[in-house]
Design a protein around this ligand. Structure first.
Ligand code: GDP
Length: 180
């Protein structure tokens, strides 16, 4: 069964996004407190695909040793996932490009793990600011990448981008069925 992983910094809005995508408010718990999602959660969606909720990274207040543990954990997850179709790296649209996110995407690229970017909390910025922040990301990413990764602009509170993300996943699933 195809698998799609969701990952991002703590507090990026991952739980809210997962709730939006699954339409089940109780499925993933949201929290106002950063760093709460500790373990990997799997959700089976429509008997068709697995949504994998990975722990948040880059929480400033965790110790160096727990950062290492996290890295190992994530590395292990990605090295064993034969079912993984693509990962979604979540980024808060309000932030200017941050090293921790850029480093993580770099690591994904070096390890051949396909990913798309999901910009979250788009309701917090005006359209021209959204365009500008996406441009900032493009400019930085294109220094090291040949192409801008596939990306989505979402808001869980205003329900923006739901159809786009789900349609993308659906399309990939259908392609895989067609190939087999
Ligand atoms: P997680 O730690 O990445 O799982 O983040 P949560 O989903 O728990 O969200 C963290 C905080 O951001 C909470 O206070 C949410 O209410 C808020 N939040 C999440 N998504 C959105 C969004 O699309 N728009 C706005 N305005 N706030 C959001």
């Amino acid at each position: 069964i195809p698998e799609y992983a969701f990952i991002g910094r703590s507090n990026v809005g991952k739980s809210s996004l997962i709730n939006m995508l699954t339409n089940k408010k109780s499925l993933a718990k949201t929290s106002g407190r950063p760093g709460k999602t500790q373990l990997i959660n799997h959700f089976l969606i429509n008997q068709e695909w697995h949504l994998v909720d990975l722990p948040g990274y880059g929480y400033a207040k965790v110790s160096k040793s727990s950062k290492k543990t996290f890295q190992k954990f994530i590395t292990q997850y990605f090295s064993k996932r034969t079912q993984l179709v693509t990962a979604f790296v979540l980024i808060d649209i309000r932030h200017l490009p941050q090293t921790v996110d850029l480093d993580f995407m770099q690591w994904m690229g070096e390890n051949g793990i396909p990913f798309s970017i999901i910009f979250t909390k788009a309701d917090k910025l005006k359209p021209n600011a959204i365009t500008k922040h996406v441009e900032d990301y493009k400019n930085i990413l294109l220094e090291t990448w040949e192409d801008m990764p596939n990306y989505f602009i979402t808001s869980s509170s205003k329900v923006i981008g739901q159809d786009e993300v789900l349609g993308y996943i659906q399309g990939l699933n259908e392609n895989m069925i067609a190939e087999n």
